[in-house]
Ligand binder design. Sequence first.
Ligand SMILES: NC(=O)c1ccc[n+]([C@@H]2O[C@H](COP(=O)([O-])OP(=O)(O)OC[C@H]3O[C@@H](n4cnc5c(N)ncnc54)[C@H](OP(=O)(O)O)[C@@H]3O)[C@@H](O)[C@H]2O)c1
Length: 308
Amino acid sequence: MPPKRNGSRNADKSAAAAPPKAAELLSSRFAPGGYFRDRVVIVTGASSGIGRDLALTFAKMGAKVALIARRKSLLESLADEITAAGGDAFPLVADVTRRADVHDAIDRTVAHFGRIDILINSAGIAIPDRVETMSPADLERMMAVNLMGTLHTMQAVLPSMRSAGTGSIVNIASLAGRRGMPPLGAYCATKFAVVGLTEALRVELFGSGIRVSLVMPGVIDTPMVHGAGSTHSADQSKDPFKLMPDAIPAMPTQWVTWAVIAAVVFGLAEVDVPPGAVLMEKIAALFPGLTDAVLALGARLFDWATRR
Ligand SMILES: NC(=O)c1ccc[n+]([C@@H]2O[C@H](COP(=O)([O-])OP(=O)(O)OC[C@H]3O[C@@H](n4cnc5c(N)ncnc54)[C@H](OP(=O)(O)O)[C@@H]3O)[C@@H](O)[C@H]2O)c1
C-alpha cells in the first residue's frame, strides 16, 4: 500500500479493506467434502483483494488452490494460513506479463496437483488518468498485465483442459469494460480488450466441454481502489491515482467471489456485480449523448470530491 495522503479518513478505509484471516474463513466451516473437493483451481492475483478472497473461499469449499502473483511473502503467508486450516495451497511466484513465467507456473501446478480444473484471472492493475494527458507507458503497463497476462494464462492451461475435455476459465473484467469513463480511459480500454478476447474464446471453445466466463464488477473494496494503482505508474511524480471519495460506495470482495462461483457452478457466460449492471450499461448505450452528459457531471463531481 502507498503512503496514506488524507490521514484518518483513509486510515479508516484501509482498515475496512483489511483482508480476512484465512483461519477466520476456514477454521469452523472448512469442509474436506466441500463442493469443489479435490478440484484444482488456479487463481492469479491471489496476493491481494479479490484474488485472495477467491483463493480462501475455494479452499474452504474443498479445492486445491494454486496461488499466482509476484509478492512471494504474501503468497506464502496465505498458503500457510490455508494449509494450517486444513486446506491445500501451492504458492507460485510469477509475473503474468512474462509468458515463460506463466507457462512454468502452470507446468508446476500440473506436476504438483496432477491437473487443472478451473483458472481464475484476477491479476490486474489500474492507473487512472485523463486520456488527454496520460502516459502511453501507463497504458502499455496495464495492457501487459490485464490483457496479455490473461492471454498467457489461458493459452497455458488450455492444452491440459483440452486433453481432459473439461474445465472452466473465469476472467475478472470490469463494468469499465463495457463503457468508457474518466478517469479510467486507459483502464477501460484494457478491460474492453479482455471482454473481446474472452467472448471470442468462448465461441472458439463452444461444445468443447471448456466453459469461459466473464465476471464484471463495479467498484469493489480492495487495495486497488485505495491508491495501490499509483505505484504502477511510470511517472511516480504524478501519482495519478485519486483516492476514492467516501461518497462512492464500494462493494465487498465476497460479492465478486460469489459471482465467480455462480459462473463456474452454472456455466454462466457473464455475471455482473451488482447483478443487472451491464444491462443498465446496454440501455445507456442506446442514449450515448445523454449518458455522456451524466458521466461528465459525475466525473466533475469525482474531481471536486477528490481535491477537497
Ligand atoms: N477493485 C475494483 O473496484 C475492481 C473493479 C472491477 C474489476 N476489478 C478487477 O479485479 C481484479 C482484481 O483487482 P483487486 O481489486 O483485487 O486489486 P488488488 O487488490 O490491487 O490485487 C491485484 C492483484 O493483481 C496482482 N498482479 C498485479 N500485477 C501482476 C503481475 N504483473 N503478475 C502477477 N500478478 C499481478 C497483484 O499481485 P502482486 O502485486 O503480488 O503481483 C494482486 O494480487 C483486477 O483484474 C481488477 O482490474 C477490480
